[in-house]
Design a protein around this ligand. Structure first.
Ligand SMILES: Cc1cc2nc3c(=O)[nH]c(=O)nc-3n(C[C@H](O)[C@H](O)[C@H](O)COP(=O)(O)OP(=O)(O)OC[C@H]3O[C@@H](n4cnc5c(N)ncnc54)[C@H](O)[C@@H]3O)c2cc1C
Length: 367
């Protein structure tokens, strides 16, 4: 059985970032990924500007800008009645852009591989055992061993489930996502549109395609889909990707020789488009903690430091997320806010400013 310093389950933004930073400090690193990349994923495809400093440290910022993408210049909030508020996004090199996850995630995983991580795609983790080291079983019958295990396997984390840490599924909402032809004159805006049944997010991802997300409940999601078919003139045989839950309770990110990062640790309301940043930054923080443990630094103190740094990463931002979650759970109330534009635009503007501002310097201090 091959033995590694660190095994990371999941090769999304959290897992790839963690793997790249672990490998860079000389750790023998394994990534086990269920899918074969490049693959799409249910996501709004928007990169929050906070991602840029992490991408710089990965040596990837210019390569992300080289991917087919769209530079986004504004956010338009549309109420149920059709009234809307437009808020400009900051411009410049480190502004918000959208890029298909097939391209972005593939680039991150390639970077981990380039730096020396061992990456196994189409390899689903199915069982775990822990004595001195972790023993990891996969669906293809190949087993691995590692001193440290990282769960980076998303909101329905298998690692968390196998460790009896995954919160019980609540009755939750469901999201649908598709790439459809870009409507003429759509511009470079992100649209966040409240509808009686939920909400829709729309963003161009290149010159020809629009990312379209629909968020509703199991009973309303087919009505939302019919709305989208009419609104965007798409055919009923359009294929949609789907995901649930939209949010769930967080789980503790630091355990004895076991880390959770990205969505596996905490899932936030997607409305504010920050999940990729949290995934990448928590992956980087975990790599820092893992390298300290492997160097023999105080294990418990390092775990506490990592947990504090993760909490710090969300602090000051979760209230925005809770606010938007409250709004999207009650689209009618949110729509009233949009209708009273002179007052609500102040709220929307500060909300957008907070969401779209890079806060990575603050995070770096937490190390
Ligand atoms: C509707 C919607 C819109 C969103 N829009 C945005 C947005 O615009 N901007 C933004 O920043 N965030 C957005 N998000 C959130 C974002 O998609 C996530 O936060 C982000 O993908 C988390 O990255 P991750 O690496 O933690 O997990 P993931 O990206 O989910 O990656 C987990 C990986 O683990 C693999 N895996 C799972 N189980 C196993 C297993 N047993 N064995 C091996 N591999 C496994 C999966 O195949 C996957 O590749 C949105 C989310 C939703 C639902």
């Amino acid at each position: 059985m091959e033995c590694f310093d660190v095994a990371i389950v999941g090769g999304g933004p959290a897992g790839s970032t963690c793997a790249a930073f672990c490998t860079r400090v000389g750790l023998r690193t394994l990534v086990l990924e269920r899918e074969n990349f490049p693959r799409e994923k249910v996501c709004g495809d928007c990169l929050n500007p906070s991602c840029w400093p992490v991408l710089e440290r990965l040596g990837l910022a210019y390569r992300v800008r080289d991917l087919s993408h769209s530079n986004l210049d504004s956010v338009q909030f549309i109420a149920i009645c059709g009234r809307n508020v437009i808020v400009d996004l900051p411009s410049g090199n480190d502004s918000e852009l959208s890029v298909k996850r097939s391209l972005f995630d593939d680039l991150l995983l390639k970077r981990a591989r380039e730096l020396g991580a061992h990456v196994r795609e189409e390899t689903t983790v199915t069982a775990l055992a822990h004595d001195e080291n972790w023993k990891i079983e996969t669906a293809i019958g190949e087993n691995f061993s590692a001193r440290i295990l990282v769960g980076a396997d998303g909101r329905n984390s298998t690692v968390a489930r196998l460790c009896n840490l995954l919160p019980r599924p609540a009755r939750e909402r469901v999201a649908l996502q598709a790439h459809i032809p870009l409507p003429e004159n759509f511009g470079r805006r992100v649209v966040l549109q409240f509808l009686p049944e939920g909400y829709s997010g729309q963003a161009p991802v290149n010159e020809t395609e629009l990312n379209l997300c629909l968020v509703g409940t199991p009973p309303t999601i087919s009505r939302l889909r019919r709305w989208a078919e009419g609104h965007f003139e798409i055919t009923a045989d359009q294929s949609w990707r789907t995901i649930t839950p939209l949010t769930r309770s967080p789980i503790s990110c630091a355990h004895e020789n076991l880390f959770f990062i990205g969505d596996a640790a905490r899932v936030v309301e997607p409305f504010t488009g920050e999940g990729i940043y949290y995934a990448m930054r928590s992956g980087e923080l975990a790599a820092i903690a893992i390298s300290k443990i492997m160097r023999g630094e105080d294990h418990q103190a390092t775990l506490r430091q990592f947990a504090r740094a993760c909490a710090e990463m969300y602090r000051g931002r979760l209230w925005i997320n809770r606010l938007s979650r409250a709004a999207v759970l009650s689209p009618r109330i949110a729509s009233v806010l949009v209708q009273f534009a002179p007052v609500s635009s102040v709220v929307m503007r500060s909300l957008t400013a907070r969401i779209a501002s890079a806060n990575d310097e603050l995070m770096t201090k937490a190390e």
